[in-house]
Design a protein around this ligand. Structure first.
Ligand SMILES: Cc1ncc(COP(=O)(O)O)c(C=O)c1O
Length: 374
C-alpha cells in the first residue's frame, strides 16, 4: 500500500501493454459513431481513501468491473458525488483538459456537502492526466468530438448505519463522445416543468450529486413524450424563476440589436455552477457582449420573446457546449425564440468556445491544460 503525500501523488499499476490494447481498426470502428456515454476507453484511474490512512493506492489499471460490498454505504444512502468534463484534441499530438482546476474545486465542494473527504486538486489532476495519457488514442481528432471524463467518488464502507462512510473510492473513467449535434446545430425545444422541483434552498442542487439526476428522470421522460429535448427547472419556492436544465445552465440574449447583452440566472445555491457558464461569463464580455447574473421569470421570458426584447436563449454545458433554444413549452403556452432558428450570438459563442477548447483560438485565461503523450 502506498500512502500518498498529496503534494506528490504517484500512480502505479498496470497500464495495458501496447500489444494487448484494442487494435487500431476496432478502436476506429467504435469511435466512428460514439453517441454519448457508451464507448468507454481501456483504462481506469483509482485512488482509495480511508480514515487514518487518507488517500492511498493510486492506480492506473485496465477498466474492469468493480468489486463492491452489497452493504456499501454509497449504494444505500447515495453518498456519491461525481464530475463531468472533457479532453479535446489539440493541434499535434496533445490533448487539452478544459479547466480541470475549476472542476476539481467543484468536486471538492460537492464532497464537502455530502460529508465526504475532498480529493486534493493535485491528486485529481494527476488521476485525470494519467488516464488521458494512457487512453490518448481514444481522444477523437475531429472538432466537436471529445473524450468525456467522469470522476466519481463513492462511499464503499460496508456498514448500514446512517453515517458518513470511513472508506471511499475515487475513480476516473472516460468515454468517447460525439458532437452534441451530429447532423449540424439545431434548436432545442425545451419544456418548463411545473409538476416537480429539482432543488430547494438548503438542499443538494448545487452539488453534482446523483440524486439530483435520478430525481429528474421522470420529468425528462414526460417532457420527451410531449416533444421536448430538455426540461427547464424552476425555483422551488415560487415556481416562477428559471433556474437551469437537467444538465445545462441557461442564458438569454437581450436586444436592441446594436447593443446586445446577455443574462443568466444567479447562483442561488440550487443551481449547478457550470464550468461552461463560468467560461461564458468571461468569454462573452471579451467579445463585446456584457453579461449580468440576473433572475428571469417565466412570464418575462415569454413576454420578452413576444415583444422582441429577448432575442435569443441558449443552454450550455460540457455535453452540449452552447446549444440554441428554439421553442419553449409550458403547460399552457408555447413560444418561439426569434424565428425559432439558432441565433447569431449563440452560434458565435458556441464556435469561439469550441475553438478555444481545441487550441484553435487564443486562450488568454489558461483554460486548456495540455496533456502530452508519454
Ligand atoms: C444540473 C447541471 N447544470 C448545469 C451543468 C453544466 O455544467 P458544466 O458546464 O460544468 O458542464 C451540468 C453539467 O454537468 C449539470 O449537470
Amino acid at each position: 500500500m502506498t500512502v500518498l503525500d498529496t503534494d506528490a501523488p504517484r500512480f502505479t499499476g498496470r497500464p495495458i501493454a501496447a500489444e494487448k490494447r484494442l487494435g487500431g481498426a476496432e478502436r476506429a470502428r467504435r469511435m466512428r459513431d460514439p453517441g454519448f456515454g457508451r464507448v468507454f476507453t481501456e483504462h481506469l484511474a483509482s485512488v482509495r481513501w480511508s480514515a487514518g490512512r487518507g488517500w492511498h493506492d493510486a492506480r492506473l489499471e485496465p477498466a474492469e468491473a468493480l468489486t463492491l460490498s452489497p452493504a456499501a454505504i454509497g449504494l444505500h444512502y447515495g453518498q456519491i458525488v461525481f464530475e463531468g468534463f472533457k479532453a479535446y484534441a489539440l493541434p499535434g499530438e496533445r490533448a487539452g483538459l478544459f479547466r480541470p482546476d475549476l472542476v476539481a474545486r467543484r468536486l471538492q465542494r460537492s464532497a464537502r456537502r455530502m460529508a465526504m473527504p475532498e480529493p486534493p486538486a493535485a491528486l485529481f489532476t494527476e488521476a485525470v492526466t494519467e488516464l488521458v495519457r494512457a487512453d490518448r488514442d481514444w481522444v477523437p481528432p475531429e472538432r466537436g468530438k471529445s473524450l468525456y471524463l467522469r470522476p466519481i467518488l463513492l462511499a464503499t464502507e460496508a456498514h448500514l448505519g446512517l453515517r458518513p462512510s470511513a472508506e471511499y473510492l475515487f475513480l476516473v473513467l472516460a468515454f468517447v463522445t460525439d458532437t452534441f449535434f451530429p447532423g449540424g446545430v439545431r434548436p432545442l425545444t425545451v419544456g418548463i416543468c411545473e409538476d416537480y422541483v429539482r432543488a430547494a434552498p438548503g438542499g443538494t442542487g448545487e452539488a453534482k450529486y446523483p440524486g439530483n439526476y435520478a430525481g429528474t428522470l421522470l420529468a425528462a421522460e414526460q417532457a420527451h413524450a410531449r416533444g421536448c429535448d430538455q426540461v427547464v427547472w424552476l425555483d422551488a419556492r415560487e415556481r416562477r424563476w428559471v433556474e437551469e436544465m437537467g444538465g445545462m445552465n441557461v442564458f438569454f440574449a437581450h436586444g436592441p440589436a446594436g447593443a446586445p447583452r446577455l443574462s443568466t440566472p444567479p447562483l442561488t445555491g440550487t443551481i449547478l455552477p457550470g464550468v461552461t457558464r463560468d467560461s461564458l461569463l468571461t468569454l462573452a464580455p471579451s467579445l463585446g457582449l456584457p453579461v449580468t447574473e440576473a433572475p428571469m421569470s417565466v412570464a418575462d421570458w415569454r413576454g420578452g420573446a413576444a415583444d422582441g426584447s429577448i432575442t435569443e436563449a441558449f443552454a450550455c454545458g460540457t455535453g452540449a457546449g452552447v446549444a440554441p433554444i428554439g421553442t419553449v413549452r409550458s403547460a399552457t403556452a408555447q413560444w418561439r425564440m426569434g424565428d425559432g432558428e439558432p441565433g447569431a450570438l449563440t452560434l458565435r459563442l458556441r464556435e469561439t468556445l469550441l475553438d478555444i477548447q481545441h487550441g484553435l483560438a487564443p486562450d488568454p485565461w489558461g483554460w486548456v491544460h495540455p496533456v502530452s503523450p508519454r
